[in-house]
Structure formats: C-alpha cells, structure tokens
Design a protein around this ligand. Structure first.
Ligand code: NAP
Length: 280
C-alpha cells in the first residue's frame, strides 16, 4: 500500500490567508481581535505572538490584554471588549485563572464576538446545528479532511478526546456531516479496537504517540491534533507518525499540519465577525 499523503497545513493556511487579505482589503476593513492573556503564561503568550504576526500579514489587528490571574478584573475587561465598537472578536487564552474560573470567564464573551467558539452557548448552537462560531482547531481538522475530498457520509469516525476545544466540537461537526461518530476518552475500555474501526480518525488527547500504527485501519484518514514535547525538545503528535504513515491514506503531521490551519481559520472568524466575507 502507498504511504499516506502527508497534510501540508502551511500551504492550506497560506491560501486561506490570501483570501482573508483580499477580502479585508476589498472591504477596506481592519478586523480586530482582542486577546485576554494571563501574565506569565509563556506558551499562551507565544501562541498569541504568532497569532499577531499572522494577523499582521492579512490585515487583522490583534490587541493583547495581559492581566493578572484575577477573574473579576478579567470579567470587567471582557465586558468592556464586548461593548467596544472597534473590537470584533474576543478570545480568552487558557489557562487563565483555573479550570472552573476559565469556563465562567469564557462564557462572558458575547456570542457575536466569540470567534473561537469558547462559550457554552456557541457549543450548544453547534450541536443544535444552528449558526455559531466553531473552535478553530476543530474547524481545522474538518477543513483539512474536506480539502482532501474525504467522504463523511456513513463513514465510521472516531474522535479520541472529549475536550470542549477539540474533541466535542469535532464530533459535532462530523455528526452534522452524516458520519457515525464514536468519542473516546480515558475511560474507554478498548481504545485500540475503537480506533481500528475508524475510516476517519481525529486524535486530540495530548498524549505523545498514543495511537500506534496497528490501531489504524488501512486507508484511514488520520488527523493528529496533538502537540507534545519529547524529552529531546522535538514536537511529537498523539499519533506515532512513521507507523501511521505506512497504514493511513491521509495523515497530518504534528508540525505544519493542524496548527497553521487553526490560526488561519481563527483569523477568518475575526474577519467574519467584522462583516468581511471570506469565501472558503
Ligand atoms: P485536553 O483538554 O487535555 O483533553 C484531552 C482529551 O483526551 C480528554 O478528553 C482525555 O480524556 C483524552 N485522553 C487523554 N489521554 C487519553 C488516553 N490515554 N486515552 C484516551 N483518551 C485520552 O486536551 P485538548 O485541549 O483537547 O488538546 C489535545 C491535544 O491537542 C493537545 O496535545 C494540545 O496541545 C493539542 N491542541 C492543538 C491545537 C493546535 O492548534 N494545533 C489546538 C488545541 C489543542 P478524559 O476526558 O477522560 O480526561
């Protein structure tokens, strides 16, 4: 069997970003994203910097509000951003003040500005099949699969992970496309057996090399959202890449796969929130 096609997320993202740039220029708009970030969260700060660089290249302004991890102050800032006419999208970078507090804070983002689909309301709308902003990593997984012509109708789709940012929204998007979806998590009895059924396998567990080659059905389309650091500092996914490449038909790499598409689709949502139509 031929090795899997390896997803080139950078090229997909570049094409999306070109569309944002053209649409924003044509509309004469400067879509603006406000990012609320806890001081001292280095990984979140680095992601925010890369988001700002990507935004700069396409005419999307990214304004960072770096705060102490005090939920009441953050809630006040989010309320101000919800009301600000020159802010189109708001995201809360997590972790901010702890799991419970973060969920409550994210829910304070107004639906019209919830460009990363972080609120319970947006997730509910997504499951209900109503218009809503979709968390961008989940949207990226589906965008990549659709870009490669993967057929979802009647397909066995397995999602490993049930987080609000990836697993659950990916599952909702797959069901909406008429796949038969299984969601796996740490209490799943036989993860390998579940994965082996998958025509479409989306993995978002945050566990390096969790899915081995012998857990993948021949010819499956495999999207690896995992981003983990190995002991030598290299980035590894949740899927054992070389093993999976020999079995799957499509495979996203841990770097240059889902990540760049995630950023590009978040910027699309900011443009949409600003009334700039980006055709995808
Ligand atoms: P998360 O909130 O920690 O959720 C992980 C999920 O995976 C949980 O539902 C957990 O199950 C499940 N899980 C963990 N270990 C498992 C195992 N051994 N067997 C079965 N299920 C297991 O993580 P997340 O935020 O969804 O992120 C997942 C991965 O995607 C991380 O590596 C993260 O860095 C990456 N990510 C990448 C991007 C990007 O833009 N590239 C964006 C977001 C996330 P329980 O619910 O039972 O605990």
């Amino acid at each position: 069997m031929a090795p899997a096609t390896v997803v080139d997320g950078k090229t997909l993202a570049a094409a999306i970003k070109e569309k944002i740039k053209a649409a924003a220029a044509e509309a004469g708009a400067s879509p603006t994203l406000a990012v609320v970030l806890a001081r001292g969260q280095e990984a979140a700060a680095a992601y925010t910097r890369s988001l700002a660089r990507a935004g700069e290249g396409v005419g999307v302004r990214v304004v960072v509000h770096e705060l102490g991890p005090e939920p009441r102050a953050a809630a006040r800032v989010i309320a101000e951003l919800n009301a600000a006419a020159d802010v189109n999208g708001v995201i809360l970078q997590k972790p901010f003040a702890g799991r419970e507090a973060d969920a409550e804070l994210a829910d304070k983002i107004s639906g019209a500005k919830d460009v990363d689909g972080q609120t319970s309301a947006s997730l509910g709308l997504l499951w209900a099949g109503r218009p809503a902003f979709v968390p961008s990593t989940a949207a990226a997984a589906i965008y990549i699969l659709e870009s490669h012509g993967v057929d979802f109708v009647g397909a066995e789709a397995v999602v490993v992970g049930r987080s609000l940012v990836v697993g659950k929204p990916v599952a909702a998007l797959l069901v909406a496309r008429n796949a038969t979806v299984t969601i796996c998590h740490t209490r799943t009895r036989d993860l390998a057996a579940a994965c082996r059924r998958a025509d479409v396998l989306v993995v978002a567990a945050g566990s390096a090399g969790l899915v081995k080659g012998d857990m993948i059905k021949a010819g499956a389309a495999v999207i690896d959202c995992g981003f983990n650091y190995a002991e030598d500092g290299s980035v590894v996914g949740d899927v054992a890449f070389d093993e999976a490449k020999a079995v799957a038909s499509l495979l996203s790499p841990p770097r240059g796969g889902v990540g760049p598409v995630t950023t590009a689709l978040l910027l699309v949502n900011v443009a949409w929130a600003a009334g700039v139509h980006v055709p995808l």
